[in-house]
Structure formats: structure tokens, C-alpha cells
Design a protein around this ligand. Structure first.
Ligand SMILES: [Ca+2]
Ligand SMILES: [Ca+2]
Length: 269
């Protein structure tokens, strides 16, 4: 009997070991919409009119500003979206505000972050109670009448990466920004506007919000330089996010408390 129990226990430990070798299920989609069911249920029209045709979300031309929102509290992870840019030369901007809180109407007073796609340029924008501040931008050749896939990632220390048409999970970001002003979100906004409301509108599809960072830059390249004084300097080139000093301080504080407790404990004995 004892032998059977031991064999069974060994088998269970063996199975647990084998299962632990498989990678754990990775990232989780928090919410997504591909509009393939022909509607935008779950979204709230804030300004203007919207419609779903051919499994894509569009705003109705005719008013200068069109805004639609979706509940979203994610502040770290990956936001992905397909965007089709209409062809015209007017002043036109599509804002994909992926992290936002605050009122949208009657006057825009929301704060957070988004990308703005305007003519040939992508901006990473910070919104301060409705006012927009450009944090970085990249000029592209031409967005007109083409679909562009955007991935935006944000880490826990406020590091943003924006990728246009990334084809793998390792890619050079098109925009790199660190900003820690806002760390709260209750909505995702699509805001389209132009000065001439009769122009054709953008199309949006395949929105996915994921709680993990799905795309990372390539590994930084490390070069070693030997100087005459026989010391070796290591230079790291690449995108390095700043270390969160508050975390370091918190860690140091915890270590300090443990040492104090240990000393007090040892003295009492
Ligand atoms: Ca739907
Ligand atoms: Ca679709």
C-alpha cells in the first residue's frame, strides 16, 4: 500500500513538473471590436453621427467634430487598431485617444493620451483637459487611401512605444515617449475632425486592447570599448526606459525595515 502511495505521489510530482515546463497562457485581451456584426453596440456616440458598413466603423461626414467612446480602464498594455486614411488635402485629423478620463461633452475636458493621424504625420498627443500637447511625431510618406495598422504599448513606468505596420513582436518603434502625467483611464475615444465637414471620413477596424506589452524593440546592442588605462566601458545603445526610482526607494525601504526587525529580534533573544 505504502509503495503504491509513493508511486502515485511521484507520478503527481512528475506531472506537475511536466506541466510547469509549458509556458503559461500569455496576454489577455481586455476588450476588442471588429464591427463584423454590423453594429457599434457597446460604444457611445458623443458628437456627430457614426455608422458601421462593410464591418468598419466610420463617422458621418457633415459635422466638423465626431467623437465616439468605449469604456476602457487599461493604462498599461497594448492597444491595436487598423485605420484607413481618406484622400484629401484639407486640415484633417483622426485622434485615437486610447487612455482618457474626464468629460467629453459639452466641451472637451478629457485628459490622457492618444495618437493623431494627420495628413502624413503621426503624433503622440497628451490631452490636458481638452488641450492637446504634442509629445513626439514622425512623418510618413503617404497615408492616403491606405490601411495602416497601429500598435501602441505603454509600460508601468510611463514608457510609450508607437508602431506603424509592425510585422513581428520585435520591431523598432516609430515613436518613443516617456510621460507619467496620467495613469487613469475610463474611456477609449475616437475623435475625427476637419475644418471642411464635407470631406470623406476615416475608417476604423480591428480594435484590440490587451493587458500585456505584445511588441518590444529589438535587444539593445552592446559594444565594449577598452581604454588605455585597461578599464572596460560598456555602452548600451537602444531604447532604455528609465528605472522607476520610487520603486527602488520603496525596495530600499523594505530592506531597511527587514534589517531593523532582524536586529531588534536578535537583541531580544
Ligand atoms: Ca458590434
Ligand atoms: Ca471588420
Amino acid at each position: 500500500m505504502k509503495t503504491r502511495i509513493m508511486k502515485f505521489t511521484a507520478l503527481m510530482f512528475g506531472l506537475i513538473f511536466v506541466f510547469s515546463l509549458f509556458p503559461q497562457s500569455a496576454a489577455a485581451v481586455v476588450w476588442s471590436d471588429d464591427f463584423d456584426d454590423g453594429n457599434y453596440d457597446g460604444w457611445t456616440v458623443e458628437l456627430g453621427d457614426f455608422l458601421v458598413t462593410d464591418g468598419e466603423l466610420k463617422s458621418e461626414s457633415g459635422v466638423t467634430v465626431r467623437i465616439i467612446s468605449h469604456a476602457s480602464s487599461q493604462t498599461v498594455g497594448t492597444w491595436s487598431i487598423d485605420h484607413w486614411h481618406p484622400a484629401h488635402s484639407g486640415i484633417h485629423a483622426q485622434n485615437i485617444i486610447f487612455l482618457a478620463s474626464g468629460d467629453v461633452t459639452p466641451s472637451p475636458a478629457y485628459s490622457g493620451y492618444g495618437i493623431r493621424i494627420s495628413e502624413c504625420t503621426i503624433f503622440l498627443i497628451r490631452y490636458d483637459e481638452g488641450t492637446s500637447v504634442s509629445l513626439a511625431f514622425t512623418i510618413f510618406e503617404d497615408f492616403y487611401e491606405t490601411w495602416t495598422h497601429y500598435d501602441i504599448t505603454r509600460n508601468t513606468t510611463g514608457g510609450f512605444h508607437v508602431y506603424a505596420n509592425a510585422t513581428s513582436t520585435t520591431a523598432e518603434p516609430d515613436l518613443v515617449v516617456v510621460d507619467t502625467t496620467y495613469d487613469i483611464s475610463d474611456k477609449f475615444l475616437l475623435r475625427e475632425g476637419n475644418n471642411f465637414a464635407t470631406y470623406p471620413v476615416s475608417r476604423i477596424d480591428n480594435i484590440t486592447v490587451d493587458d500585456e506589452i505584445l511588441i518590444t524593440p529589438p535587444e539593445p546592442t552592446t559594444t565594449e570599448t577598452t581604454t588605455t588605462s585597461e578599464t572596460t566601458t560598456t555602452t548600451t545603445v537602444g531604447d532604455v526606459f528609465p528605472i522607476d526610482t520610487t520603486l527602488l526607494l520603496a525596495g530600499a525601504g523594505v530592506v531597511g525595515v527587514i534589517i531593523i526587525v532582524a536586529v531588534v529580534f536578535t537583541r531580544r533573544r
